[in-house]
Design a protein around this ligand. Structure first.
Ligand code: PEP
Ligand code: MG
Length: 761
C-alpha cells in the first residue's frame, strides 16, 4: 500500500499541487477539473469526484476524473440518497472495500459508472457545515488507510474554502443556489419581545484562516506547540487568580478547558493535519470543523456541551496562533446588527453601541439570565436556545429575529423577509402612536387618573423614563447592579447609581427596592449562598438581608446619602411578617442618626413600603397597611405562591390564569384594604404590562401600576379609551355573580369589544 501511495507522491505533494492550482489564474471549472485529476493521480485512484450541496438539498456533480465528463452538473443525488448522500447527511467519511454491497449504494446511469469496488468519500466541511462530498474510487477491492482519509479530508477543506468564497457559485445554473446561502430557521425561546431585521454580527467572530498550505511542517509543529503552551499557561493563570469572577460555574468551565487543552487525541489530530501539509492554524480549523460537524449530530446534551468546549478552545488556540486577542466588531458595527453568540455576559452586551443593535440570538440563554435582563432593559429583541446558530451563521448574513415567539430566520427567503418587514413596519407605526401619547395625561375616557410607572434596575434604563412618558419608577430592582457585577458593588458605587437614578427622575417619584437576591437571582461571588432544595422558598430577599445587616445597612446608607434633600422611597421584597418591617425601620433609623451626626444632608422624607408577594400577608392586611407608608403587589411572586407554580417553569406558564376570579379576588382584597386604611397600593408584576390584565386591575380598584417601559404606550392607549366607572360597576356585579370557574378574561374582552377598546396592541 505504501508503495502505491509513493507512486502518487503522498499527501504533502498533493497539497503542494493544490496550492499551485489555487494560486494560478484559472477558470473555476478548470481549477476543479485539475484538482480532481490530481487527487486521483496522487491517490492512485481510477475515479475522483466532487459533489456540491445545493440549497434545494441536492448534491450536484461538479467535477470528475474517471466518470462520464458529460454528467458534470447533470448527475445529482438527494441529501441522504446513495453513498454520497449518506456522507453528506451524516457528515462522516465512508470507507468501503466493496461499495456495491453497501445498502445505501445507488447507481447513477448518466455517470457511466463501472464496477468500482472500493470507495472512500469524505464530507466537504466548513465551520462544521457540510458543503459537499469528495469521493475516490478504485476497481480493486482495497482498503483506504487512515492517512489517506486524512489527506482526502484536508483536500476537502481546501475545496470548502473555494465554495465559501463564492468561487464555485459562478458554476451553478441560473436560479440554483448553493447550500451556503440556504435559509435556515431556528425555533428558539422568546426572551425579549420585538422584531429585528438585520445582519449577523458574530459575538466572537470566527478567525478567518487565509494561509492553508505550509512549506515547513516542522516549523508549523513548533508553532502549534508554542501556541498550545501559551494557551495552557493562560488557562492556568486564570485558574490560579483568586478572582471572585472565576468562582463557581466559571471555574468549572476553565477546569474543563485545562483538561481539554492537554487532551492527547485532540492535539494528535491537529498534528496529523499539519503533517499533511497544512499550516498550524488551518490544521486547528480542520479539526474544529470535524468536531462541529459531529456536534450537530449529537443528541446527548452533555456530550454536545463538551464538544462546544472544544470548539471554544479551538477559537482560543486560533487567536493564539494568529496573534490576536478576543475581538468584537463593536467599532465597525453595522447599523442593523443582530448579535449571534453562544452565550454572553451582561456587561459584554453593554459594550456594543446600543443604537446599532436590532437583536440578540443566543444558543443558550434563559429568561432570567443576566444578559437577557439587560437586553430587555435596553429594548432589543432576544431569542434564546437557538442551537447551532453560531456555526451556521457568517458575519454579514441576513437574519431576522422575532422576540415575540423566539423564531430566528437566517438568510431568509424573500417572502419571509417581506412578511417580517411588514410586521416591523406595523410595530413601528404603533410605536409612533405611543410616542404621540407620551405627553398626553394618563386618564381614562371618563376622567379617572391612573399612575403608569415603569420598572427599572440599571443606569441603561433611565433614558426610557422620558421616552416612555412614565409617571415615575414604581420599582427599581437594585439587585440588578449586583447581578451584573463581578463582586459586591462598593458603597460609593451604589450611591453613585442611586444618585444618577434620582437625577434622571427629576420630580418624578422613584421607589427603590432593597436587594432581592436569592431564589433565581444568584450572585456567583456571594459565597454564603448555599445550595437550597427550594430556593424560591428559601433564604432570599429581606430574609437574607436582615441576616446580613451589613449588606442592608450599606445599601440604606447609600440610598439616604443619594436622596439628600428629597423624598426617599424604600420598598422591602418578600415580606412575610410585620416584624421584618419593624426591624428594617430600626436599621433605617440608626443610619439616619449616624448620618445626621456627621451633618449629611438627609432626605426630606422617608417612605417605607412592603411588597406583597407572600400569601401570609393576606391574613394580616390591616396590620400591614398600618405598618407601612405604601404597598406594592409583586404579582409574579404572589401568583407563583398562591398557585404553587414555579414562575420560571415553561410547562406551567400557561396552565393557571392570573385574571381568573380567584386571583382577582386576592388582588381586590389588597386594593380594598389599602383604600380602607388610606395606604397607597400599587402593583409592579408582569400583569401590569398587558392591556387586558391592566384593564382587570383598573376594574378592581388599582390606580397605580408599574411595568416594563415598552408596555406603557399600549396600556395608556387602552386606558384613554376605557370608561373606568362603568368597568368598576360591571366587575363588581360580575365578581359577585361569577363562580370561581367562570371565564373572567372572556367577560373583559367582551366589555372591551362593546366599548370599542382595542386590546390586541
Ligand atoms: C414580582 O414578584 O412581581 C416582582 C415585581 O418582583 P420580581 O419580578 O423582581 O421578583
Ligand atoms: Mg418578586
Amino acid at each position: 500500500m505504501t508503495q502505491i501511495r509513493d507512486i502518487g507522491g503522498g499527501p504533502r505533494v498533493l497539497l503542494k499541487r493544490l496550492r499551485e492550482f489555487t494560486a494560478a489564474a484559472l477558470e473555476p471549472q478548470e481549477r476543479l477539473d485539475r484538482i480532481v485529476r490530481e487527487i486521483a493521480r496522487n491517490m492512485v485512484a481510477e475515479v475522483c469526484s466532487l459533489y456540491v450541496l445545493r440549497a434545494d438539498s441536492m448534491l450536484e456533480l461538479y467535477a470528475t476524473e474517471g466518470l462520464n465528463p458529460g454528467s458534470v452538473h447533470l448527475a445529482q443525488l438527494r441529501l441522504g440518497q446513495g453513498l454520497v448522500g449518506t456522507i453528506a447527511a451524516s457528515a462522516r467519511p465512508l470507507n468501503l472495500t466493496d461499495a456495491q454491497h453497501h445498502p445505501a449504494f445507488a447507481y447513477l446511469p448518466e455517470t457511466g459508472e463501472e464496477i468500482y469496488h472500493s470507495f472512500l468519500g469524505v464530507p466537504v466541511l466548513r465551520a462544521g457545515r457540510t458543503l459537499g462530498v469528495l469521493v475516490v474510487q478504485n476497481k480493486t477491492m482495497r482498503t483506504y488507510q487512515d492517512d489517506e482519509i486524512e489527506a482526502l479530508e484536508t483536500t476537502a477543506m481546501v475545496i470548502a474554502e473555494m465554495i465559501a468564497t463564492g468561487d464555485l457559485a459562478r458554476l451553478s445554473r441560473p436560479g440554483i443556489e448553493l447550500d451556503l446561502g440556504r435559509p435556515v430557521s431556528f425555533d428558539g425561546m422568546a426572551l425579549s419581545e420585538g422584531v429585528g431585521l438585520g445582519h449577523v454580527v458574530l459575538h466572537e467572530p470566527r478567525v478567518v484562516v487565509k494561509d492553508l498550505f505550509a512549506e515547513d511542517g516542522e516549523a508549523e509543529s513548533a508553532r502549534l506547540n508554542e501556541a498550545l503552551g501559551s494557551l495552557r499557561l493562560s488557562i492556568d493563570d486564570m485558574l490560579s487568580r483568586r478572582d471572585v469572577a472565576f468562582e463557581g460555574e466559571h471555574r468549572a468551565v476553565l477546569e474543563a478547558y485545562r483538561m481539554f487543552a492537554n487532551d492527547r487525541g485532540w492535539v494528535r489530530r491537529i498534528e496529523e493535519a499539519i503533517s499533511n501539509g497544512l499550516t498550524a492554524e488551518a490544521a486547528v480549523e480542520k479539526v474544529q470543523s470535524d468536531m462541529r460537524a459531529r456536534m450537530m449530530h449529537m443528541t446527548d446534551p452533555y456530550l454536545r456541551e463538551r464538544m462546544s468546549d472544544f470548539d471554544d478552545l479551538g477559537n482560543r488556540l486560533l487567536r493564539q496562533l494568529m496573534g490576536r486577542g478576543p475581538e468584537t466588531l463593536a467599532e465597525t458595527l453595522p447599523k442593523d446588527s443582530i448579535i449571534v453568540a453562544r452565550s454572553m455576559g451582561a456587561a459584554e452586551l453593554l459594550d456594543y453601541p446600543r443604537n446599532r443593535l436590532r437583536g440578540l440570538v443566543l444558543e443558550d440563554g434563559a429568561p432570567t439570565s443576566h444578559v437577557v435582563i439587560v437586553a430587555r432593559a435596553i429594548g432589543i429583541a432576544v431569542a434564546g436556545q437557538a442551537k447551532g446558530a453560531v456555526s451556521m451563521s457568517e458575519n454579514g448574513d441576513a437574519i431576522i429575529i422575532d422576540g415575540d415567539d423566539g423564531q430566528v430566520h437566517l438568510r431568509p427567503a424573500p417572502d419571509v423577509e417581506a412578511a417580517y418587514a411588514e410586521k416591523a413596519r406595523f410595530r413601528a407605526r404603533k410605536q409612533q402612536l405611543y410616542r404621540e401619547l407620551r405627553e398626553k395625561p394618563s386618564v381614562s375616557a371618563d376622567g379617572v387618573k391612573v399612575d403608569l410607572m415603569m420598572n427599572a434596575g440599571l443606569a441603561v434604563d433611565l433614558p426610557q423614563l422620558a421616552d416612555s412618558g412614565a409617571a415615575g419608577i414604581g420599582l427599581f430592582r437594585t439587585e440588578l447592579q449586583f447581578m451584573v457585577a463581578a463582586r459586591f458593588p462598593r458603597a460609593e458605587e451604589q450611591e453613585q447609581l442611586y444618585r444618577e437614578v434620582l437625577q434622571a427622575a427629576g420630580d418624578k417619584p422613584v421607589t427603590f427596592r432593597t436587594i432581592d437576591i436569592g431564589g433565581d437571582k444568584v450572585l456567583p461571588y456571594f459565597k454564603e449562598a448555599v445550595h437550597e432544595e427550594n430556593p424560591a422558598l428559601g433564604w432570599r430577599a429581606i430574609r437574607l438581608t436582615l441576616d446580613k445587616p451589613t449588606l442592608l445597612r450599606t445599601q440604606i446608607r447609600a440610598l439616604l446619602k443619594a436622596a439628600g434633600g428629597r423624598e426617599l422611597r424604600i420598598m422591602l421584597p418578600m415580606v412575610t411578617e410585620i416584624s421584618e418591617i419593624r426591624k428594617t425601620r430600626a436599621i433605617i433609623d440608626r443610619e439616619v442618626q449616624h448620618l445626621s451626626r456627621f451633618a449629611h444632608l438627609l432626605p426630606t422624607r422617608i417612605k417605607l413600603g412592603a411588597m406583597i408577594e407572600v400569601p401570609s400577608l393576606m391574613w394580616q392586611l390591616n396590620e400591614l397597611m398600618r405598618a407601612v407608608d405604601f404597598v406594592s403587589v409583586g404579582s409574579n411572586d404572589l401568583f407563583q405562591f398562591v398557585t404553587a407554580s414555579d414562575r420560571g417553569n415553561t410547562r406551567l406558564s400557561k396552565r393557571f390564569n392570573p385574571i381568573s376570579v380567584p386571583f382577582l379576588r386576592v388582588l381586590k382584597q389588597i386594593a380594598d384594604a389599602g383604600f380602607a386604611n388610606d395606604t397607597p397600593v400599587t402593583l409592579c408584576g408582569e400583569l401590569a404590562g398587558r392591556p387586558l390584565s391592566a384593564m382587570a386591575l383598573f376594574g378592581i380598584g388599582y390606580r397605580s401600576i408599574s411595568m416594563a417601559p415598552a408596555a406603557i404606550g399600549p396600556v395608556k392607549a387602552m386606558l384613554r379609551e376605557l370608561p373606568v366607572g362603568a368597568l368598576v360597576d360591571h366587575m363588581k356585579k360580575a365578581m359577585n355573580g361569577m363562580g370561581a370557574e367562570d371565564d373572567m378574561a372572556a367577560m373583559l374582552k367582551k366589555f372591551a369589544a362593546d366599548h370599542g377598546i382595542e386590546l390586541d396592541r
